[in-house]
Design a protein around this ligand. Structure first.
Ligand code: COI
Length: 395
């Protein structure tokens, strides 16, 4: 505890931040912009550490850990790195979290030239932090940068930024079993450009927020709506990379579905309007007997880190996993459906509505979803030994 405090003060000194910023400082407010509040029976609500975890032994921000959803809670620091004209990223640095200044003609503001990532840090019982496969996010950002004509930082630079952001905001990482610190790396065209062309300058930013359940449903099954009017991605487009331009266009379908009481929207392929693609915020899996299927990522579907991890975990559990084209009709034959994503985790789907017909699925004990999710969360939180080299531990 003393050592951690000393380390924190060294960090604060190196940043030239006022000494009033102590780890236990309560004057750094918690701001919820929007988002969901976890329900009492939410996924991570059952706290396996409840009896043994001593909150007082750790330094925490002033957060109501039992009522975290997926709304922005501003933390202390963000990591900022600029890229010069030659495409090289300079040494990045931590800065106090806050607004950034952009030229009105910045590429990101005018032409949407930006990509982002999402990854999580969990707190172990001994206080150390665990990152989950940050190298996968780093590599995906490189692929996305190439598609969007942006320079990319190296895998090591990316992982270092994520580590520094997690460490500097450690007091915002929820207690074990109460959620995680969601870390959002963002690469944007920050230089001014009037004609349509790649931005002359780029900025890489990483910020973080403590989170728990993504959906207001908590761990309760989702009710999903199959969208037929709007597509998420098109052939030859950028649906397979995490560009910011994939997200605003789904808001129309998403808000319409939410206003009708649905949790999220499932999109079909834009060519035939008949094969499953993905949900606004996550990938989708269907289960039939011992076979688990998910749409193949062939350019229009995001290759989720959770998606790939669940495929591997499911195979370890003895399931046959298929990545293939899935016609929408197969939804009526599935036993079970679930979604995966960094923000979402692994969420059971209770019903899907397509062309006015509501199809219902098995959820809860004895289904694949909780079994696979508990293995994933076990690895992410250090309760299950990491035999795959997926975890990066930092103190
Ligand atoms: C994530 O899962 O990290 C995402 O980027 C989804 C986003 C809609 C919150």
């Amino acid at each position: 505890m003393i050592q951690r405090t000393i380390r924190f003060h060294k960090l604060v000194r190196s940043l030239g931040v006022a000494s009033s910023l102590s780890p236990s400082s309560k004057n750094l407010g918690v701001y919820r912009c929007f988002g969901t509040v976890a329900s009492p029976n939410a996924e991570q609500a059952s706290d396996p550490f409840e009896d043994s975890y001593d909150l007082d032994k750790h330094e925490y921000a002033d957060v109501d850990w039992d009522n975290l959803g997926f709304g922005l809670v501003q933390t202390d620091y963000m990591y900022v790195m600029k890229c010069s004209n030659d495409g090289k990223f300079e040494q990045g640095q931590l800065r106090r979290y806050g607004n950034i200044e952009l030229n009105p003609a910045a590429g990101v503001l005018n032409y949407g030239q930006a990509i982002y990532e999402g990854t999580k840090a969990h707190r172990k019982k001994d206080g150390n932090l665990l990152l989950f496969r940050p190298d996968q996010n780093a590599m995906r950002m490189k692929i996305g940068a190439e598609r969007m004509c942006m320079p990319s930082l190296s895998v090591d630079q990316f992982i270092d930024a994520v580590k520094q952001t997690a460490q500097a905001n450690k007091r915002w990482v929820p207690p074990p079993g109460k959620g995680s610190l969601y870390i959002r790396p963002l690469l944007l065209g920050s230089g001014p450009i009037l004609g349509l062309a790649p931005s002359p300058e780029y900025t890489f930013l990483t910020y973080a927020s403590p989170v728990r359940n993504y959906f207001k449903e908590g761990s309760a099954p989702l009710n999903v709506y199959v969208e037929e009017e709007y597509d998420r991605a098109s052939r030859g487009g950028a649906g397979g990379v995490k560009t910011i331009t994939n997200y605003a266009p789904v808001l129309k379908a998403l808000t319409r579905a939410k206003s009708k009481g649905f949790s999220d929207v499932l999109y079909l392929d834009s060519v035939h309007n008949k094969n499953l693609e993905e949900v606004s915020s996550c990938n989708i899996f269907i289960v039939k007997g011992n076979v688990i299927s998910t749409p193949a990522t062939s350019g229009t579907i995001l290759s989720g880190v959770t998606r790939r991890s669940i495929i591997e975990i499911a195979r370890d559990h003895g399931y046959q996993v298929e990545e293939r084209v899935i016609p929408v009709e197969e939804l009526s034959e599935a036993d079970e459906v679930f979604c995966t994503g960094t923000a979402v985790g692994v969420a059971p789907v209770g019903s899907i509505t397509y062309q006015g017909k509501r199809m219902e699925y098995r959820t809860g004990a004895g289904t694949a979803c909780p079994q696979l999710y508990s293995t994933l969360v076990g690895i992410q939180t250090g309760q299950i030994g990491d035999k795959k080299g997926w975890i990066v531990e930092i103190d």
